[in-house]
Design a protein around this ligand. Sequence first.
Ligand SMILES: [Zn+2]
Length: 295
Amino acid sequence: MRALTLFALAVLVAGRPAAGARPDAPKLKVVLVDGQNNHNWRATTPVLKKILEDSGRFTVDVSSNLKAGDKPGAVEKTVPFPPDLSKYDVLLSNYNGAAWPKEFEAGLEERLRDGKLGLVIVHAANNAFGSWKEYNLMIGMGWRDAKFGERLKLDDAGKEVRVPKGEDLGSGHRTTGKWPVVVRDAEHPVTKGMPREWMHNNDELYDNMRGPIQNVKVLATAFSKGTMAHEPMIWTVDYGKGRVFHTPMGHDVNAMQCLGFAATVARGTEWAATGKVTLPLPRDFPTATEVRLTK
Ligand SMILES: [Zn+2]
């Protein structure tokens, strides 16, 4: 009772609702990069920012690499692009556009490799930078044509199958709608405690992700009726000492309103930054048959 009262008091002092993070935990610093995307980044960045901030675990700066003449997005706190990566624990990319400046790319490579920065990739961010070799190693696999590299899928027994480049199809989303996410690693800090299957809200189900697929650990999959295969939906990549968290889910605001997506991104971002997860799953997490939304 007393501990509960103290907790409530700490929450009051912090001025935000209890949303998961321990009140005494220092906030992790996130820089969210956007500004170009073939998706509606102006709509999705505020949702991603809110997911992270509502967890109580993060502060989020947004840095937009705008095309000349474009207006900035509608978020309160922005920093110029390129951001100073030494100020952050983790970079979340909601970006799919023109190449970043070489110095910024090299800085990201170095800080990630040295374990000084984590990286989070959401949906179409994995479409970007096909010719940036290190980026392909960081993300493990992304939206590429069939000749780009191997693809990874799971068979019905849950066994990983690597398909050589040139075989099967290029990347696509041959299924859309509501579909269950199947947890394949119940011990990883990000997926620990999730039900074995949980229903995701309407989204594109990315398939045939291609890449070098090195140091990749698949945490969850979804069965695509388009490919009749179990496609990776949540995975991690070790890049040197650095941690990368990657989900191809999150096509639009609607998909991001799934509580399962929100918890996945918040926990994945914490893990990429620290290697640990303290954020609990929401009590009303989606079930095997029921979608649950953040609002
Ligand atoms: Zn999409």
